[in-house]
Design a protein around this ligand. Structure first.
Ligand SMILES: N[C@@H](Cc1ccccc1)C(=O)O
Length: 507
């Protein structure tokens, strides 16, 4: 005879769970399976093992369960034929000849058999009270509660109904589980072994203490505790762990750093410019006419202040008459007072043109990543301040094709393999393009503007070599890279979405 200890160690964790539920009073394997979130067959196989060891009693019963046939279900609704004839007959009775429907006619025999009516001179005469019979009760019960054990129903009436084809039955196995004294004792033992929460219900140590490590008692995967030997519970690496939220660099900042890195890798140097610029550098130097709509108050943040502007005679000449480069200029009068008005820069091109004016000799290869300001209504894709990445290259013999090549390389480094160029328009470049990248699920997305500076821009500053220039909205790119639907999230301190951005992603 195996000892309790032996039985205990023969039990699997599943067996122990099942034993616990049975000891708690659950008898139905289906209910136990539901409670433990496992399959009923698993409970039954555990139960069979437990029963074999004598830890539980297992009562396998087969019982008949009954249900309505289709016809029975109909009668449950409209009444048995004999009941319906009674209703037609009323107190005064009805001639048999008037009961024509064959489905009703079968009721006549039952009327007589149940003593509900007599048939005299071809007429059905009700015999007074006809209280609901057991058969009718069963029809009602089965239609209400569905399949029902025969033990709960009147057997005579059931037999009749079965004979009439109104109910049918089938054999159903049902198991009832009950703990035995031996089972109770083994279960108690398993609970005792749950020492101070350090072991689970049977024979595992869940936690190795510093003492155990020091003394080395855990080596080999076993620990002795109060005279018993416990297995060290193996790690379950599949258990869900608590999420941790380490500090990390803001993903937008990371994206900006990555862009900076790419530009440096491509041999550009970073330049910085002022947030507040004169209209001169923001517009005029870029050959943007003084009546250009982008200069309007509704697009640009103007300050009340006026700036010093450099010697501007050549810029004035260019705007008015086209200077010496064969241009016609914009005509009209160029007003230096308009050029002195200060603005929050609307694009970083103001920074690069100023830099070029200061460095008119080749080669120049510079970039700037900085904030710009436009009077935009705030919505999911527009904010009045946002970042732009701006690049310029000036050198002898550069061509439009070089520009496209540089852009292609930059976008490829940012992770956009498919790039195309659509013709664009900017007052300061010719030709001008709008680069677009292909995004799975979005299609072609415009990602900035680019072009070769016009002579009207470069000549007044003594820049005599081609300038390739491009600007790019960084927020747009961040949305795509970070999968955001709302640009405003980039500027909110709400940590919700930030927590879900992978820490190590290089973006
Ligand atoms: N400044 C333009 C972009 C651009 C830069 C340089 C050349 C051409 C276009 C913009 O803000 O959209």
């Amino acid at each position: 005879m195996p000892s309790e200890e032996d039985k205990l160690s023969a039990l699997s964790p599943r067996d122990r769970q099942v034993l616990k539920e049975i000891s708690d009073g659950l008898t139905d394997p289906r209910k136990i399976a539901e409670k433990l979130g496992i399959k009923e067959v698993s409970v039954i196989s555990s139960a069979e093992g437990l029963a074999e060891m004598g830890l539980i009693g297992l009562d396998k019963r087969v019982e008949e369960v009954y249900a309505l046939t289709e016809e029975g279900a109909r009668y449950a609704e409209i009444g048995l034929p004999e009941r319906r004839i009674l209703e037609i007959a009323g107190a005064g009775g009805v001639p048999i000849s008037e009961i024509e429907d064959p489905a009703l006619k079968v009721g006549i025999g039952w009327l007589k058999k149940k003593g509900w009516a007599a048939v005299e001179a071809g007429k059905i005469k009700p015999a007074g009270d006809a209280p609901p019979g057991k058969d009718e009760e069963i029809l009602g019960a089965l239609s209400f509660q569905g399949e029902t054990s025969g033990s709960a129903l009147d057997s005579e009436a059931l037999k009749l109904l079965k004979g009439r084809g109104l109910v049918e039955s089938r054999a159903q196995k049902s198991w009832s589980l009950e703990i035995t004294d031996a089972g109770r004792s083994v279960f108690r033992k398993s609970v005792e072994k749950d020492v101070a929460g350090r072991c689970d219900s049977i024979s595992h140590i869940n936690q190795i203490t510093p003492d155990m490590i020091k003394s080395g008692v855990w080596e080999g995967g076993y620990v002795s505790y109060k005279g018993s030997r416990y297995e060290v519970r193996p790690y379950d690496v599949a258990l869900p762990a608590e999420r941790i939220y380490p500090g990390k660099v803001h993903p937008y900042q990371r994206l900006l750093s990555r862009m900076r890195e790419i530009m440096l890798e491509m041999g550009f140097s970073e330049i910085k410019g002022e947030v507040v610029q004169s209209s001169f550098w923001n517009f005029d130097a870029l050959f943007q006419p003084q009546d250009h709509p982008a200069r309007e108050m509704q697009d640009t943040f103007y300050l009340d202040s006026r700036a010093e502007i450099p010697d501007h005679s050549r810029v004035k000449e260019m705007h008015e008459h086209g200077g010496e480069v064969g241009s016609t200029g914009w005509g009209g009068t160029w007003d230096p007072e308009v050029a002195r008005r200060e603005v929050l820069r609307t694009h970083t091109t103001s920074v690069t043109i100023k830099y070029l004016a200061d460095h008119p000799n080749p080669p120049v290869k510079a970039f700037s990543i900085d904030r710009v300001y436009r009077r935009e209504a705030i919505d999911p894709t527009h904010t009045p301040e946002f970042e732009q990445l701006e690049g310029v290259i000036m050198d002898e013999g550069l061509s439009f094709a070089n520009l496209l090549g540089v852009l292609r390389e930059f976008y490829a480094k940012m992770g956009f393999e498919e790039v195309r160029f659509r013709p664009g328009y900017f007052p300061y470049t010719e030709p001008s393009v709008e680069p677009e990248v292909y995004i799975q699920g979005l299609g072609w997305v415009e990602l900035g503007g680019a072009g070769v500076f016009r002579r009207e821009v470069t000549a007044p500053f003594g820049i005599d070599h081609p300038v390739l220039a491009w600007g790019l909205g960084v927020g747009r790119l961040a949305m795509l890279r970070l999968g955001l639907k709302d640009l405003r999230l980039l500027y909110q301190s709400d940590i919700g979405w930030l927590r879900d951005v992978p820490t190590l992603s290089r973006m």
